[in-house]
Write a protein that binds this ligand. Structure first.
Ligand code: ADP
Length: 216
């Protein structure tokens, strides 16, 4: 589903990625671990087309995405890649349901269809009762689950998550991690997760260790 070959990236004199080759299959839950500064976030951003490599190729679903024009890339990204960050990044003026629907609107889905799908996902996550609440009326764990629901709405090829449970307590952390596996089991959803959480890394299908811009 995702194939990276020879990815390099420098910021000024600092080479942050030194030739990354990586393949990820549909339905895999993969964790990326390593010390701070190893290049994990940069790799995730490049995989998510939020940043461009200096060299190398990125294939997703058979399409070479680093050759796409910026406008096509934005459409591709919204449709095929879901993002979850450490802090939920929900829009405060919208309800949970509306937040989940936003990427569907951007993709041109009808209101009726987007509402139906958002309700289904929130229901799957046990958040139906919370769907008309705004982010400041939700707990930290609920906000992160709504952020995962938003990442899922367009049925993406992959969800890229950067420290998704980094701001959660143990109980909410465990619940969020379980949700990733439930989504994989139900929808064959693929996840690539940058994490410092050893408990999560232990239970993912594969753990990629990065040090100093390389996969070891
Ligand atoms: P990790 O996620 O493993 O902690 P990052 O990918 O965030 O590592 O960062 C790797 C290195 O690249 C760090 O030294 C960081 O300071 C540097 N870096 C990341 N993004 C930028 C940027 N936009 N400009 C300059 N340096 C950056």
């Amino acid at each position: 589903m995702i194939k990276l070959e020879g990815i390099t990236k420098s910021f000024g004199d600092l080479q942050v990625l030194k030739g990354i080759d990586l393949e990820i299959s549909k339905g895999e839950v993969v964790s990326i671990v390593g010390p701070s500064g190893a290049g994990k976030t940069t790799l995730l951003q490049i995989m998510g087309t939020l940043d461009k490599p200096d060299a190398g190729t990125i294939n997703m679903n058979g399409q070479e995405i680093n050759r796409m024009k910026d406008r096509d890339l934005a459409v591709f990204r919204n449709k095929h890649i879901g993002f979850v960050f450490q802090f939920h990044q929900l829009l405060p003026e919208f309800t949970a349901l509306e937040n989940v629907m936003i990427p569907a609107f951007i993709a041109g889905t009808s209101t009726k269809e987007a509402t139906k799908r958002a309700k289904e996902i929130l229901n799957f996550m046990g958040l139906t009762e919370r769907s008309s609440h705004k982010p400041n009326e939700l707990s930290g764990g609920e906000k992160q689950r709504v952020a995962v629901a938003r990442a899922l709405i367009n049925n993406p090829s992959v969800i890229l998550a950067d420290e998704p449970s980094g701001s959660l307590d143990t109980h909410n952390k465990d619940e969020l991690h379980q949700l990733f596996f439930d989504l994989r089991d139900k929808f064959e959803q693929t996840f690539v997760i940058v994490t410092h959480d050893e408990g999560l890394a232990k239970i993912t299908d594969r753990t990629i260790h990065m040090i100093d811009g390389q996969i070891i």
